[in-house]
Ligand binder design. Structure first.
Ligand code: VGL
Ligand code: ZN
Length: 210
């Protein structure tokens, strides 16, 4: 199956030091996404990178909930929320892009998760499912019809972004070999089911042609 890249955007999710080897919320084999992403990014007509970008007092951090363990669940006004280790703090080295990710050809860098009270897995909507990042409008104004996604982590930010991209009316593909997952308590299997139910296509970077 070939992916036509003429009116397609590649949205690269959170390829940041904290999600890579040695990072505060390292995803197993996370660094492996860099090479396939670099290989296909220049082929897309529209190129977007996202950056998880939290203030130090962000409420998704376990450290901001006295007594709470990382990876435990809490209740936010918008529903259940995983409490993560402190990661991707605005301006920190951990929030920087992976040093080998080729960022110079990106058209847009979209930051998310910068409101203390709301986490944002998706590149389109924050976890309250109401607050938007503006990405859907940007892509529409650029004439984008189809969106390919890659990056970290498959079962959180990539999956949430993919499902929201479908809701926003785009034709959506996840480039599987250019993603890696966290797999917290079966979250990877749940995410794959959610992607399938939403009608997200799965493909490989070798399917990107044109
Ligand atoms: C992510 C957990 C917390 C991700 C971001 O990029 O998948 N996961 N913040
Ligand atoms: Zn985060």
């Amino acid at each position: 199956m070939g992916i036509s890249v003429e009116s397609a955007a590649l949205v690269v999710i959170d390829v940041q030091n904290d999600f890579c080897e040695g990072g505060a919320l390292a995803v197993a084999d996370g660094d492996a996404v860099v090479a396939p992403i670099n290989a296909v990014l220049p082929r897309f007509g529209v190129r977007v990178l996202t950056q998880d970008w939290h203030p130090g007092d962000h409420l998704s951090f376990a450290g901001n909930h006295p007594g709470a363990d990382p990876f435990s669940l809490t209740e936010m006004p918008y529903g259940p929320q995983v409490l993560w280790p402190t990661h991707c703090v605005q301006g920190s080295d951990g929030a920087e892009f992976h040093p080998r990710l080729v960022t110079r050809s990106a058209d847009l860098v979209i930051r998310k998760g910068f409101r203390r009270e709301i986490d944002s897995y998706s590149a389109f909507y924050e976890n309250d499912h109401v607050t938007c990042t503006g990405l859907a409008g940007y892509l529409r104004e650029r004439g984008v019809k189809s969106v390919c996604l890659a990056g970290l982590a498959t079962d959180f930010c990539v999956a949430y972004s993919a499902v929201d991209a479908v809701s926003a009316g785009f034709d959506v593909t996840v480039l599987e070999d250019a993603c890696r997952g966290i797999d917290l308590d079966g979250s990877l299997a749940v995410a794959m089911t959610n992607l399938q139910d939403a009608g997200v296509r799965l493909a490989r970077t070798s399917d990107v042609t044109g």
